[in-house]
Design a protein around this ligand. Structure first.
Ligand SMILES: NC(=O)c1ccc[n+]([C@@H]2O[C@H](COP(=O)([O-])OP(=O)(O)OC[C@H]3O[C@@H](n4cnc5c(N)ncnc54)[C@H](O)[C@@H]3O)[C@@H](O)[C@H]2O)c1
Length: 283
């Protein structure tokens, strides 16, 4: 077995013990006294983001943040699963609970939205509409299970989804960008009884405005933290689905870079073209 890191959880609070470690109450759980804050640089404490940190050749983490996976899982595939894939696929499996035959729209086809597209395909959705403003992302979406694509740079996404759905809308929509407008669109493209799941991190203080009358026909909107994951169960399961060729995680990897190229990696991300550039520490 080999360990991967996942979001940290205490294992004992009410949320952890009822199967929701993704919303662990005890965010103060860190390393044990004496073991915490052992990192320093030039006399100053080096903090670990979310008790984990990234971009490090070695990490000191609490055992609760470790997930055992099989030895033959390549580390680059494993690295994808710890955040983006559990979030996108988990939003479909755990948060929305998409059922076979349902219709789905995903707004934003970065690493997380594409994971939601792929999760919807594994869940058996009959229509999966991928929406993005970058055509190369839509090409990847088709390879990961989208049945229809919409380039939102030149059309109104809500009208385009409704056109594809005989004017009615979809059963499930997912917003994977974090914008007010697209969050509002995700609700507006639901059919009666539909559920919109906001995955994207909408900036603090931003308000989402919805038409009150739309709630009368059983439409719902919800958030999700890391796809509602039970990391020690879901991460190995998702990696098994990759081994079976059902989760097409290889499509998420645009390239591999070295640690010293990290700033170039960030600059590339800003161009909107790459999905995930993975840092390889051993070459
Ligand atoms: N809920 C959670 O627990 C959780 C966890 C991790 C990340 N996130 C958030 O999920 C979001 C997506 O993450 P990501 O890594 O996939 O981001 P990303 O930047 O790789 O992908 C965003 C995609 O949205 C597309 N886009 C931008 N504007 C658009 C528009 N108006 N219409 C359609 N498409 C548009 C971009 O072209 C891009 O492909 C971010 O907000 C991230 O912070 C949430």
């Amino acid at each position: 077995m080999r360990p991967l890191t996942a979001a940290h959880s205490c294992g004992t609070c009410a949320n952890c013990t009822t199967g929701h470690p993704n919303i662990c109450d005890n965010t103060e759980v860190k390393l044990l006294p004496g073991a915490a804050r052992r990192y320093s640089w030039k006399g100053q404490v080096v903090h670990q983001f979310a008790n984990l940190s990234s971009f490090a050749e070695q990490m000191l983490v609490h055992e609760n943040a470790l997930v055992k996976v099989e030895k033959d899982i390549p580390l680059d595939i494993g690295a994808l699963v710890g955040c983006g894939v559990v979030t996108g696929v988990g939003a479909v499996f755990n948060a929305a609970k998409v059922e076979p035959g349902a219709t789905v729209a995903v707004i934003g086809c970065g690493g997380i939205g594409l994971s939601a597209v792929n999760g919807a395909a594994v869940a058996g959705a009959s229509r999966i509409i991928a929406i993005d403003t970058v055509s190369s992302k839509l090409d990847v979406a088709k390879q990961m299970g989208a049945t229809d694509v919409i380039n939102a740079s030149n059309v109104d996404a809500v009208a385009a989804v409704k056109d594809l759905m005989d004017g009615i809308g979809v059963h499930y929509s997912f917003e994977a960008i974090g914008h007010k407008v697209t969050a509002e669109q995700s609700f507006a493209m639901l059919r009666p009884g539909g559920v919109a799941t906001i995955i994207g991190m909408v900036p603090y203080g931003t308000k989402i405005e919805l038409h009150g009358a739309d709630f009368l026909r059983d439409r719902k909107i919800q958030g999700t933290s890391m796809g509602g994951n039970r990391f020690r169960v879901d991460m190995p399961r998702m990696l098994t689905l990759w081994k079976q060729g059902r989760l097409k995680l290889d499509h998420l990897i645009t390239g591999h870079i070295k640690l010293e190229q990290i700033n170039e990696g960030y600059a590339q991300l800003k161009s909107g073209a790459p999905l995930r550039n993975l840092i390889k520490f051993d070459s």
